[in-house]
Design a protein around this ligand. Structure first.
Ligand code: DON
Length: 591
């Protein structure tokens, strides 16, 4: 795919080697073998790709769990479309990956029809309960009580996933809700074989999960140990909940037996969600954020997510730099990216919130003119301290989890979906008798102006808590079109790093000509204004780091960022899938 580099002809090299063997002695033979080696490795370098995507022609599914990928692929093979497969995968992940797959949380979905009709965004983000108040996570002295917004029943927003999936299916699918739920019900009732990552997750979160009796009963064995790799894990309560939804529709979740179980759970534990909150929950159809980058059409999530706005804003600024020429992950590229990211995250803190409640200057933030004015502020040699932009005092990072999947069908329709319960296992609280975990998404509101949330993100007035408001998100399901056709389908978990993770896959494909698996796999960087540091993954060279430090950057290497699941549709219609190796259960499958 990379046409900028001439290829070495391997046949010629091989012929030369055989001729030489006949004519010359042993020493010459060694020389020749060495030459072959050099030519072979030159070829690898010139071809430039160390990672190979999965390829297919009729349909592709990329999710963070093999079992979800498999059931969604089966739907596509049976003639279902991308939305049928997406909703099936979403419900399956709620069973197989309880740390992030969910029915107790919410998220965002982009649907882009294969025939070039407009892209639609479905917002099924959680909402603050009606009894929520602006200062509910502060004590009498006005100090933020972090535990309250993260690990109590008050941390839960009104869940949107079930209503969102039902709406998405109704608008764009061909399956009934019952059909889309069937594989999930089977996986919950018959159980599935636990992969290593499942056990690891439960062990890591043991302390905060096992203090809730229903969570202990649901996710741990009778003796309190976690289910081990290779063992079959069943979820009878969750199977019954999913079956009720299949039989009675979303009414069960928002007004029926499941709603009652959620409200009972709240009442026993000082939580805020009422039957009224549940009954009035509605997902929303939104206009996606739209921008362009070097001629490609970029669609991503609009508020209440900040993702699309800042991806487009950052791309607009970077468009003024020769990113391809500067090179992937060179100090010059990283410097420009970091300086741009700082400006975008500072804007996020001030302007972004739920547009049903506050005005957000979306046109301004995503305009090329505004980008040009910001670009002028960037010094190409020196890092600008974040404190010059605005001050803050962010907290450390909580172990996070969200999940994204991308799907394309034989008609070229594309679904990009990111959903979450916020942290790994959300609030850690399981609805007793219903078998699913509740989100702790209320922590994504600004508990108090200037006080960072779990991802170090700062907010103010625009993202303050208000009844029935949606908390600001970074989730960025994204679809890129080229010549009016779907080209790239992508998105990631990662809290505040979602925006920059998604951005870098776009840059890797568009600027650096990488195939989709390389674009997903190569090391990433991140800057979010506060803390004032470039966070990098393993794999950025020591001399690059040193150059960045000379420019005034603080560079810190931390654990990997995001788990971006992506599909690229080539000109000839070939589908290539790149699952993120940062999750051992990620998988891309096509047919
Ligand atoms: O909506 C948000 O931006 C966060 N609640 C997402 C959390 C997340 O991505 C955690 N995953 N890694």
């Amino acid at each position: 795919m990379d046409t900028r580099h001439p290829r070495v002809m391997p046949e010629k090299a091989a012929t030369g080697g055989l001729a030489a063997r006949k004519l010359i002695g042993t020493a010459a033979l060694f020389c020749c073998i060495a030459l072959l080696h050099i030519q072979a490795s030159a070829q690898a370098i010139l071809e430039g790709e160390r990672f190979n995507p999965v390829t297919a022609s009729q349909g592709m599914v990329v999710t963070s769990h093999t079992l979800a990928t498999q059931v969604a692929l089966d739907v596509l093979k049976d003639g279902g479309n991308a939305m049928d497969a997406a909703v099936t995968a979403g419900f399956a992940l709620a069973v197989t990956q309880p740390r992030s797959g969910n029915i107790g949380g919410g998220g965002f979905m982009l649907f882009s029809p294969g025939n070039g009709e407009p892209v639609e965004a479905i917002d099924y983000r959680e909402k603050a309960p009606r009894r929520a108040t602006e200062t509910m996570f502060q004590d009498e002295q006005g100090n933020v009580v972090q535990n309250r917004s993260r690990f109590t029943h008050k941390a839960a927003g009104v869940p949107g996933t079930v209503a969102g999936f039902a709406l998405a299916l109704e608008r764009h699918g061909t399956l009934s809700l019952k059909q889309a739920l069937a594989p999930a019900i089977r996986l919950a009732s018959e159980g599935f074989i636990v992969p290593e990552r499942f056990t690891e997750g439960l062990e890591q979160a043991r302390d905060r999960l096992t203090r809730w009796p229903a969570t202990l009963d649901t996710f741990y064995k009778e003796d309190g140990s976690a289910w081990q790799p290779g063992e079959r894990f069943k979820q009878p309560d969750l199977a019954r909940t999913l079956k009720r939804i299949a039989d009675h529709g979303i009414k069960d979740f928002y007004q029926g037996e499941t709603a009652k179980l959620i409200v009972d759970e709240m009442q026993r534990n000082d939580g805020l969600i009422t039957l009224e909150d549940l009954a009035s929950y509605q997902p929303a159809i939104r206009q996606p954020i739209h921008g362009t980058y070097r001629g490609y059409e970029v669609y991503s999530m609009s508020p209440p997510s900040s993702g699309g706005t800042h991806i487009v804003q950052i791309l607009n600024i970077l468009e003024g730099y020769p990113m391809a020429e500067l090179g992937h992950n060179s100090a010059a590229s990283i410097h420009r990216m970091a300086e741009t990211m700082k400006l975008a995250y500072a804007d996020r803190a001030t302007y972004l919130g739920d547009t049903d409640f506050v005005e957000v200057p979306l046109n301004g933030l995503t305009s090329k003119e505004y980008a040009a004015s910001l670009r002028e502020k960037i010094d190409l040699e020196t890092a600008r301290p974040s404190s010059d932009i605005q001050a803050g005092d962010p907290a450390g990072f909580e172990s996070p989890e969200t999940t994204h999947f991308s799907i394309v069908d034989r008609w070229g329709n594309a679904v990009s979906n990111t959903y979450t319960i916020n942290f790994s296992y959300g609030s850690g609280i399981t609805v007793a008798g219903a078998g699913f975990l509740l989100n702790n998404e209320m922590d994504d509101f600004s508990a108090k102006p200037g006080v960072p949330n779990a991802y170090g993100l700062i907010g103010g007035e625009a993202n303050k808590i208000e009844p029935e408001k949606r908390m600001l998100s970074s989730m960025s399901p994204t679809i890129v079109r080229r010549d009016g056709r779907n080209y790239l389908v992508t998105g990631s978990p990662g809290g505040s790093r979602i925006i920059t993770t998604t951005l870098q896959v776009l840059l890797n494909v568009i600027d650096h000509g990488m195939n989709i698996q390389s674009a997903v796999s190569v090391p990433r960087i991140h800057h979010q204004w506060l803390p004032d540091e470039i966070r990098i993954e393993q794999g950025i060279s020591a001399d690059t780091i040193s150059l960045l430090e000379t420019m005034g950057h603080d560079v810190v290497q931390k654990s990997s960022m995001g788990a971006i699941q992506s599909i690229l549709i080539e000109d000839n219609g070939k589908l290539t899938g790149g699952a993120d190796p940062r999750r051992s259960t990620s998988s891309a499958m096509g047919f």
